[in-house]
Design a binder for this molecule. Structure first.
Ligand SMILES: *Cc1c(COP(=O)(O)O)cnc(C)c1O
Length: 463
């Protein structure tokens, strides 16, 4: 399997290459040259497989010759063996139509573990082969940082520098990063916003003083291997609900468009899917783009669902490329316009291509709180603020009779106890598997919000 850039001019890479690369050299994102196909019979034959085996079956065509089927199976067994639930991503029924796909049974309580637990193992596998090492530099508004640190802590060939905006991540999120004591883990709190941290990370990737001696890697959802691992649970859920004969709809709390793009990939591979519902909060650039063709940035409004508080949704470029004719030169041109204007219109082909499968819905703080209360009072389920936005969209969407609606439950409610308590009156308890999170000692550097301070810190501490 070969991977090409959405902007058409970076060299094609194999799976090992895209796993270790971040952004393509032409600033595009890597996508498979073509979508692997499963027939309905092949999909039906996946019914009843344990999750790790299903994962290896669905991912094998993307991995190509880079890993043997046996080796891939060993890695998925190891990655998903760390989950607290034997089904890995179990489904919970809410009413005759609504279901929750619980993606938060990994070590750090958010869906990002599903991909990052595997990504850590893939890094190690491919670096060992070339006797190389990787310095990961990332910025987090909460969930990516903790999931990435857990996934790579203690690895020999990887070290990680994770920036978070000081005072702007929840206590649980911060402690999940700063109490991990491994020599290859470096936490940095900066004076500034998430966007400031993100801008610094982008600069690191092109700073010769850093890249001359260190290979810099990425763990955000521009990394293809992360999206690939997320395709699996769409298959798992559909098969549980009567697929491939019966088509479910999926409602996905969306920020960077990684999680829902994986649903698009599953459909492209042949999985029958009725609809993909993009659920946004008031930071609704994706809702405006899909409903009116208007992809224009504004300013970010902080909400109780911080992982969806975005201005620009990086993976949306992958969808626009795929449904808009796969023309790298045209995509590069369109994105240059967007980067200059901070706004663009979708082409007719992009709008029509997206509307075949996607709809979108925007939920404000009231809609979110009402969905949380509905689940609590009618179904005895406590859901987190992100999941509540997805659930609101699933319940408000018009779907044909008999179509099950699956909301992706992206985080455990105990990650956001204040917002959950405000809406439902119940304060969710942390699961015992996170242990004595609030008793453990924290370690992190505090740096001023200047690029030089961060770069010098990385150069001083990177091996
Ligand atoms: C990251 C995250 C999201 C958004 O996922 P994208 O792939 O960026 O669209 C939603 N909910 C939670 C809890 C998250 O951590």
């Amino acid at each position: 399997m070969k991977y090409v850039s959405t902007r058409g001019s970076a060299p094609a890479l194999d799976f090992a290459g895209v796993t270790l690369a971040g952004l393509a050299s032409d600033s595009g994102l890597y996508v498979p040259e073509e979508w692997p196909q499963f027939s309905l019979d092949e999909i039906a034959a996946m019914r009843g497989l344990p999750y790790a085996e299903l994962a290896a079956r669905v991912m094998q065509p993307f991995v190509g010759d880079c890993l043997s089927p046996d080796r891939l199976g060993e890695l998925t067994a190891k990655a998903y063996g760390r989950f607290a639930h034997a089904a890995v991503t179990p489904l919970t029924q809410l009413d005759e139509r609504q279901w929750l796909l619980e993606l938060f049974h990994g070590p750090t309580l958010a869906f990002k573990d599903v991909a990052l637990q595997l990504l850590g193992l893939l890094f190690e596998e491919f670096l060992e082969r070339e006797n190389g090492s990787l310095t990961i530099v990332g910025a987090t508004s909460g969930d990516t940082g903790s999931a990435a640190i857990d996934a790579v802590a203690g690895l020999d060939r990887v070290e990680i520098f994770m920036l978070h905006p000081k005072g702007r991540v929840s206590d649980v999120q911060r402690r999940q990063m700063t109490t991990v004591r491994a020599p290859n883990v470096h936490n940095i709190a900066i004076d500034g916003s998430f966007d400031d941290a993100q801008a610094m990370v982008k600069r690191i990737f092109t700073d010769r003083d850093v890249t001359a001696n260190h290979r810099i890697g990425a763990v955000n959802s521009i990394n293809w291997a992360r999206l690939m691992a997320q395709v699996v649970y769409y298959f798992a859920a559909a098969l549980q609900l009567g697929g491939p004969e019966r088509k479910p709809a999926f409602s996905v709390p969306t920020g960077n468009f990684g999680d829902i793009f994986a649903g698009h990939v599953a459909a492209r591979m042949g999985l029958p899917v009725e609809r993909l519902i993009v659920a946004t909060n008031v930071n609704d650039i994706l809702h405006r783009a899909l409903s009116a063709g208007d992809y224009s940035t504004g300013s970010v409004t902080p909400t109780a669902a911080p992982s969806m508080d975005i201005q620009v949704s990086s993976n949306f470029e992958r969808l626009l490329y795929d449904v808009g004719g796969r023309d790298g030169a045209a995509m590069a041109e369109q994105m240059r316009g967007f980067e200059a204007e901070r706004a663009m219109r979708l082409t007719n082909a992009q709008r029509e291509g997206a509307s075949a499968l996607f709809t979108s819905m925007r939920a404000d703080e009231n809609d979110m709180a009402r969905a949380m209360r509905w689940a609590c009072e009618n179904c005895a389920e406590i859901v987190d603020p992100h999941t509540a936005i997805g659930l609101h969209a699933a319940r408000a969407s018009e779907l044909p009779p008999g179509v099950p609606a699956v909301t992706l439950a992206t985080a455990h409610p105990a990650k956001f106890p204040d917002a959950v308590e405000r809406a439902t009156g119940t304060r969710p308890a942390l699961p015992t598997r996170v242990g004595d999170l609030f008793a453990r000692e924290e370690a992190y550097a505090e740096l001023p919000g200047t690029y030089e301070a961060v770069r010098d810190h990385i150069l001083e501490h990177a091996v």
